[in-house]
Design a protein around this ligand. Structure first.
Ligand SMILES: *Cc1c(COP(=O)(O)O)cnc(C)c1O
Length: 477
């Protein structure tokens, strides 16, 4: 029996509409009127409801088609530089789905010893990886980690009666560094890069002074370059009474090789959703724990987890800045990071970074675009000889996801590329072939792309600023 034999609305198949692929809403496929029989008062209920009623095959096809109109890391690589969009092994999802993780967060510490133990062991593992003395798991993202870390540094300076007004951020830094420092009430001092794409030490020396609260750095920086002068940089900042903040977004290149704490950093965040395998993008939950050196520990958010003779317990650090998230943070992200770290072990984590660096260097050696700065680590920034946004759109027509574009601004028409360790040589070769096919295309033709995707050029600013998150929004137009 066909759907339209008994449905109110004729059955609609997915189709191409005005050059773009279109998947009807479930309610456009088939609806059914359902009588409402409720014990609630009449003025609070309707007598009948019109509900989508596709048969099971149509329902399965609907969601499968929606997934096929999209591109995810299970379709192919997502080489978005800085984002570290690696493939996340599904065993961590199985572990996160374990019923033992479903403990009500308001239960007493005594009732959730396993959960507190996991938190405590993860705190320790991250402290070891980062070369830090103490870790809080609470902040829910890298940017939230930055904000928390800056607040901890501010509380530390305030406790010393040494209030300071400035945070120094290199021009190549992620936008969240500028935003977090400004939100915490600091004046942001932008530091220029030198001709090698690294921190200009003389400019830093000139910028640092008694008002410097923090220097925020990521290392390797957003060009994938290791800041070789980090020892001298740390001395300059520390000698002036300032602190060093490490943006951990690029930690995927350093695991088991080098530690921010050993480089002189005092505060850092970890992006568990980048380095330690939690899917991200599209608004999924992340987690941005921060690590600190011992004399900043009293200011960490509350609660912290510690081990006592009687078991694990939560406590408030002596001069805590307070709470930055409910309970322990996005708990299941912590479970996944813990499982990922344990499964890899020391050697496995070291291999993650070695492979990430090797993959970036292999891919860069295979593409026709110029890569102006090096030697780089886990990511590189190529320079397009056309509009980088057009290059990105054209790559979609070759069936791959494009790199991050137009950032950092030090490189003209930047293509910031991070293939990650989870791609095979064959997939890296696919990416290189897509880069090269686009490099060989007339720039005027690039402006017409993409033509082979479900949607062509969308208004990206409008999509970000006024998202339509429900089909009701379509009705209102
Ligand atoms: C992703 C990123 C951040 C911010 O992290 P979120 O988890 O997205 O908030 C900060 N700095 C750099 C260099 C990044 O790539």
């Amino acid at each position: 029996m066909s759907d339209d034999a008994d449905g109110d609305v004729p059955h609609q198949q997915a189709r191409w509409f005005a050059g773009e692929q279109y998947e009807p809403l479930l309610s456009e496929k088939r609806t059914e009127t359902v009588e409402v029989d409720s014990s609630l008062p009449d003025d609070l209920t309707r007598d009948e409801l019109e509900l989508p009623a596709p048969a099971e095959p149509e329902l399965a096809r609907h969601y499968t088609h929606l997934s096929q109109m999209n591109y995810g890391v299970e379709s192919g690589p997502i080489p978005l530089g800085s984002c570290t969009m690696k493939y996340n092994p599904s065993f961590t999802e199985d572990i996160a789905a374990h019923p033992g993780n479903r403990v009500h967060p308001l239960r007493d510490d005594a009732d959730k010893q396993g959960i507190l133990r996991l938190c405590h062991e993860l705190q320790d593992a991250l402290a070891t990886i980062g070369g830090m003395d103490a870790v809080t798991l609470q902040p829910p993202a890298g940017a939230a980690g930055e904000f928390t870390g800056i607040q901890v540094a501010k509380a530390y300076h305030a406790a010393e009666d040494d209030e300071r007004s400035e945070v120094i951020v290199p021009e190549s830094a992620h936008g969240t560094n500028f935003a977090s420092a400004a939100m915490a009430g600091y004046d942001v001092v932008e530091l220029p890069s030198n001709e090698n794409g690294r921190v200009e030490v003389d400019a830093l020396r000139a910028a640092v002074g008694s008002e410097t609260a923090l220097l925020m750095l990521t290392n390797p920086n957003t060009l994938g370059l290791f800041e070789r002068d980090i020892g001298e940089i740390a001395d300059i900042v520390h000698d002036a009474g300032g602190l060093l903040y490490y943006d951990g977004a690029n930690l995927n290149s350093l695991l088991g090789k080098a530690r921010p704490g050993d480089m002189g950093f005092d505060v850092m965040h970890f992006n568990l959703h980048k380095t330690f395998a939690t899917p991200h993008g599209g608004g999924g939950p992340g987690q941005g724990p921060i690590g600190v050196r011992a004399d900043l520990e009293p200011f960490l958010p509350t609660p912290q987890v510690r081990e006592t003779d009687a078991g694990y317990e939560t406590y408030a650090p002596a001069q805590s800045i307070g709470r930055v998230h409910e309970f322990l943070g996005n708990w299941l992200v912590l479970v996944k990071a813990y499982a990922y770290i344990l499964r890899h072990g020391d050697e496995g984590l070291e291999r993650v970074s070695e492979t990430a660096v090797l993959n970036a260097n292999y891919l860069a050696s295979q593409i026709d675009y110029e890569v102006p700065y090096g030697p780089f680590h886990h990511e590189f920034v190529a320079s397009a000889d056309a509009d980088a946004a057009d290059v990105a759109k054209a790559m979609l027509d070759h069936g791959v996801h494009p790199p991050t574009t137009k950032w950092p601004e030090i490189v003209d028409e930047a293509l910031m590329t991070e293939p990650t360790e989870t791609e095979s040589k064959a997939r890296l070769d696919d990416l290189a072939a897509a880069f090269d096919a686009v490099a060989a295309t007339d720039p005027e033709d690039l402006a017409e792309t993409p033509t082979a995707t479900a949607a062509r050029r969308i208004d990206q600013a409008a999509a970000a600023r006024t998202p339509r998150l429900s089909w009701h929004a379509l009705d209102e137009e």
